[in-house]
Write a new protein. Structure first.
Length: 173
């Protein structure tokens, strides 16, 4: 069975990662979003870029080979170089799986309010589309297969529960 735990970088500690493996958790899904400090601050994330990178090392040192990172693209402050740096870092660490999502702005969120009141730039859909294509290319060039709209995996490392959702198979959650 694939047993996935969702976590954020600020949840990750060496002993905890080893304990998770010992009780049968065999896959982690990490809400990294970016390895860029400015982007993380803009997203109001609790972790820093340094902490995100340390978390990857902790997980790998604990023995996890099957884990995924979430990546956001298309934010108003992100440029192609930052996106490419994020993907190059993921590839350099041989991370098995990537879930890459375009930034969406939901009503009744602080981001929606900031955009509406001009405290933050708006999301540019053309830029997002271009960055989606760039994400697909960079991940393919790094050896990742795109097996769903937002999911990319190294050979044999597709998320079984993600695939099950799309196929209508039962799962526990």
């Amino acid at each position: 069975a694939e047993i996935t735990l969702e976590a954020n970088p600020d949840d990750i500690k060496q002993k905890m990662a080893k304990d998770w493996l010992s009780i049968g958790i065999n896959r982690l899904s990490l809400g990294i979003q970016s390895f860029d400090e400015d982007e993380l601050k803009w997203m109001n994330r609790a972790h820093s870029a340094k902490h995100a990178k340390e978390c990857i090392d902790i997980i790998q040192d604990a023995g996890f080979e099957n884990f995924s990172v979430d990546l956001i693209f298309g934010g108003p402050l992100q440029n192609n170089e930052t996106l490419e740096n994020n993907i190059n870092y993921i590839a350099s660490k041989n991370i098995a799986h990537v879930s890459a999502y375009a930034l969406t702005v939901e009503e009744k969120t602080p981001l929606h309010h900031y955009i509406k009141t001009k405290k933050s730039p708006s999301v540019n859909s053309e830029k997002q589309a271009a960055q989606f294509l760039l994400t697909m290319k960079l991940l393919a060039d790094a050896g990742y297969e795109q097996y769903e709209i937002s999911n990319y995996a190294k050979n044999g490392m597709r998320s079984r529960h993600n695939s099950s959702y799309w196929q209508g198979k039962p799962y526990y959650g």
